[in-house]
Ligand binder design. Sequence first.
Ligand code: BTN
Length: 256
Amino acid sequence: MVLKPQILRYSSLPSTNSEASRLALEGAPEGLCIVADEQTAGRGRLQRQWISPRGAGLYMSMILRPRQALETWPVLTLMSAVAVTDTLKRTDKVQADIKWPNDVLVQGRKICGILAETHEAADDRLLVLGIGINLTATAFPPELRETATSVAEVTGKMVDHEIILTTLLKSLSRYYELFQQGSFDQIIDAWCKRSSYANGKLVRVVSEDQSIEGTTLGLEPDGALRIVTSAGEVKIIRAGDVTAVRPDEESSKAFR
Ligand code: BTN
C-alpha cells in the first residue's frame, strides 16, 4: 500500500514525537505527519535534548504502522537516514554521510538526527519516526558548533523549509514501499552506498556495558552493524553510540 502522508502543522509543541505518539495511540492513521515551527522539549536519542528554536530546523514526526515483523523495524531508521540524505542532495545539492545507525552528517558534523519510537499496546503496534534537520545555525547552541552544522551553513543560501519537507515525504514514501514489500536488502544497499561508515572505518562503539573498537564490515540483514576487532573477532552491534576513531588518535596511541 502506498503511503499517503498527511500533514498536521503546529506553531509550537513540546515535541512532535510526543504529539504524534499521543495521536497514534488514539488511533491516528499511518502517514500522519506532525510538523512544528518550534519544539519546547524536543527529544533526541539516549535521553538527550534536541534544541529546536522557531524556524531554525525542520521538526517532524510521522506515524507508521508497519505490517512486517518487529525484528525488521530497525531497517526503518536506516531508511529514514537514506531518505534525508537523498532529500538534501536533491533540494540543496548537499552531499551528506550517514553514521550508523541514522545520524546524517556533513563534513563530519551532524545536520540531522532521527528518533524512532515504538509503541506496543494490546492490539496496536506502531512506530513514530521523528526527524530533526538543522536548517540554520541557530538550530543548535554555540557549544555544538564543532559537532553540528546546518543546511544554510553548508550551502551559504536561504533554505526552503517547504521544499525540503515535501521532498522528504516523497522519499520516505518511496522507501517505505520497498520496506512493506520486504525489500530490506535494497534499503540496506542504499544505506551502505551513502555511508562512509559501512565498510573499512575504524570506529569505537560505546554502549551501556562496554566500549569496543573495530573496523566496520557492512550491515546484517536487519541493519545491525558488523565490526571486526584487532583480535579478528566479528561483533554484531545492535545498540550504542558509534564514533570514528581519528587517525591522529590512533598514531598518538602508538607512540604512548
Ligand atoms: C538524535 O538524537 O539524533 C535524534 C534527534 C531527533 C529530533 C527530532 S525533531 C522532531 C522529533 N521530535 C522530537 O522530540 N525529536 C525528533
